[in-house]
Design a protein around this ligand. Structure first.
Ligand SMILES: [Zn+2]
Length: 280
């Protein structure tokens, strides 16, 4: 069978399973310096059955309430992320950023816990996997977070950090026709016994962000060693919100894959472009 995936930058993507569309971690709030340029606007997004948010950080959660309101669809996320979304809509994070979120919209944002199974259709179910956020390594902190550029803008950037705490962190496993698609919003490998449950998944969408290139390859490698997916799709490696982000050099990751998992197919996606993937 064939699934279609459209990458929308960061950890955001649409998964189309025989016409059932699920949206993960939509982030359209990119700034002008971000690359590549995302052409899809959030207003272009239609026909979505449900949205899943991996964690509360702004690059994962900031746009979700917009969809809860305008598309009138469920957004599944942590309790913490729900609070941030409502605060953001109400102008409590940044005063000049508000939008009308009705009670119906708020009710569409549904807090979930670890290992909940949400039935999307008769055939498609999404399970929330207990996960955590990647721990920033020293090199990343020194070179990026304390850079002059960041310091200069720290005042304007702080509300995003404070207003969008990570809360509970989820991975997701989408089940359909005996297939499993695992997707994370951040790399976390400290629960091997949990990951083992998703061994031999069909696709793993791997967020390659938040560490130096060497550590990213290593941490992604640990997860991939356990998951043994048939296909890996790197996401979140784009420069989504400079200066706090950067384009990740994926060479060490490709090298790791070549040396350890030549049998695993790597599919690179472009923004906005729907790709059909045949699952055997
Ligand atoms: Zn992120």
């Amino acid at each position: 069978m064939i699934v279609k995936i459209t990458w929308l930058g960061t950890a955001g993507f649409i998964l189309d399973i025989e016409g059932t569309n699920i949206l993960f971690d939509p982030f359209f709030y990119r700034n002008e310096q971000s690359t590549p340029i995302l052409r899809t606007k959030r207003e272009d997004i239609k026909d979505i059955s449900a949205i899943f948010i991996t964690h509360g950080h702004f690059d994962h959660a900031i746009d979700a309430a917009f969809f809860a309101e305008t598309l009138d669809i469920p957004v599944y996320c942590s309790e913490t992320a729900k609070k941030s979304m409502i605060n953001w809509a109400g102008g409590l994070v940044i005063e000049e950023h508000t939008f009308p979120l009705s009670d119906r919209g708020k009710n569409n944002i549904k807090p979930i816990d670890y290992f909940e199974r949400i039935k999307i259709t008769e055939k498609v179910t999404v399970e929330s996997i207990k996960s955590e956020h990647i721990v920033f390594d020293a090199r990343t902190l020194l070179s990026k977070l304390f850079s002059w550029k960041v310091l200069k803008q720290i005042k304007s950037l702080l509300p995003y950090g404070k207003g969008f705490p990570k809360g509970k962190v989820f991975g997701f496993c989408t089940y359909f026709n005996n297939k499993k698609i695992v997707s994370f919003g951040s790399l976390w490998h400290k629960f091997p016994e949990i990951l083992e449950k998703y061994e031999n998944c069909d696709i793993f969408l791997a967020p390659l962000a938040g560490n130096s290139k060497k550590h990213i390859a290593k941490k992604a490698g640990i997860i991939i060693d356990i998951l043994k997916p048939k296909i890996v799709i790197p996401i979140h490696w784009d420069d989504f919100y400079p200066p706090i982000s950067w384009t990740v050099n994926l060479k060490p990751f490709f090298k790791y894959m070549e040396e350890n998992h030549p049998e695993i197919k790597i599919i690179m996606l472009e923004f906005d472009k729907e790709v059909s993937i045949e699952l055997s």
